[in-house]
Design a protein around this ligand. Structure first.
Ligand code: GN1
Ligand code: MG
Length: 353
């Protein structure tokens, strides 16, 4: 943990305007550490410590973000503004150990962990338009986390954790039961990777972390800006479609222990799908559209696999608040997966409409 003085010194390495009045923790991301920098100038700022255990190539990460934000801005879209370090001209600062960056804080904005259908419609439209805007980006973007949304890899990582069992959690009967529940769906859930190999499914620049709280709204529920651009990379459009619904259509939070209360909300699905198809309809192929119900199942499944692998592996990836946290999250996502899976026929009807 850095002191206020240290954080202030880091913030001052960037080209910020005004004097720093205070710096306070911000938000509840599971990966980076975020702070709000209060100033007496026209803007406040967001100071972030980049988690380099996860984002190992900061140059590539920032290259992706700089290219994407510049492209969106050229098209008149609203996006994040990253500041340059005064000494190096780069959009990050490092002391050789930790890496930091600063962006302009977007005023009068709100972020939510849950949304109603109306907001979901706006969110769908925004993510669709976001992909549309980036569809003709001239730069080449890399994978800031290699194979981030590759289901085959995620399942392999789970199996590796099961084999290694570094903290003895395979002895827990519940862990065995969850594994038995998940594995039969493996092949079906790796469908996107197969379609890609067969040349039937493209990769496009996607956001890849479209959870509800990665979008800022104004006070009327209109989307102001898509944030958290770290995972912006070539992926299947299923990533953005599926990950939003994973968080928004769940009747409870992703780590709610009351997994019997988990359900997949079709009103949210319908509103989001409508917005998304309006925003992205111009470039989506029939294979992409046809598989949107699959996308809605793929992401609860992938998240279950990821939380579960982290639990079995000894909690090295996600921030946890208590020892069973990743297990609770897993159970929740497994329940969501089953709920969504049962509703595929209904989803198909809605998409066809
Ligand atoms: C992480 O950074 P944050 O909290 O928005 C994760 C996502 C997961 C999500 C689960 C880089 O997102 O992939 O879906 O937690 N980001 C990374 O809540 O792994
Ligand atoms: Mg986030």
């Amino acid at each position: 943990m850095k002191t206020l003085q240290e954080l202030t010194a880091i913030a001052k390495a960037f080209d910020i305007h005004g004097n720093i009045l205070d710096i306070k923790p911000l938000g509840n991301g599971l990966i980076n550490d975020n702070y709000r920098v209060f100033t007496d100038g026209p803007d406040d700022y967001v100071l972030q410590r980049i988690n380099t255990a996860i984002f190992r190539d900061v140059e590539l990460l920032q290259h992706n973000i700089e290219c994407a934000t510049a492209h969106i801005r050229r098209k008149g879209g609203m996006t994040l503004t990253f500041l340059r370090c005064k000494a190096t001209g780069k959009t990050y600062w490092t002391d050789g150990e930790t890496h930091w960056r600063v962006s302009v804080f977007i005023k009068d904005s709100f972020s939510y962990d849950t949304v109603n259908p109306e907001y979901s419609y706006f969110a769908g439209k925004t993510f669709g338009e976001f992909e549309a805007m980036l569809s003709d980006i001239p730069d080449t973007l890399g994978e800031s986390i290699p194979d981030f949304h590759n289901m085959e890899l995620r399942v392999r990582q789970l199996k590796d954790a099961v084999q290694a069992d570094p903290v003895g959690r395979m002895a827990e009967p519940e862990v065995q039961a969850i594994l038995k529940d998940l594995l039969p769906y493996e092949e079906e859930m790796c469908k996107a990777e197969r379609l890609y190999r067969e040349g039937k499914l493209p990769k496009r620049i996607c956001h890849c972390d479209t959870k509800v709280n990665n979008m800022l709204f104004d006070d009327k529920g209109r989307v102001l800006c898509v944030i958290d651009l770290d995972t912006l990379m070539p992926s299947f459009v299923f990533s953005d479609f599926g990950d939003f619904l994973r968080t928004a259509a769940n009747t409870v939070a992703e780590d709610d222990p009351a997994w019997e209360k988990v359900d997949f909300r079709m009103d949210i699905f319908e509103a989001f799908a409508k917005g998304y198809l309006e925003g992205a309809g111009s470039f989506l192929t029939p294979v992409e559209v046809e598989n949107l119900p699959y996308a809605a199942c793929r992401f609860p499944y992938m998240q279950a696999v990821r939380f579960f692998a982290d639990y079995i592996g000894g909690d090295t990836y996600y921030k946890i608040k208590y020892p069973e946290h990743n297990l609770v999250r897993t159970r929740n996502q497994v329940a969501l997966f089953h709920a969504a899976w049962k509703k595929i026929p209904q989803m198909r009807e809605i998409i066809a409409r």
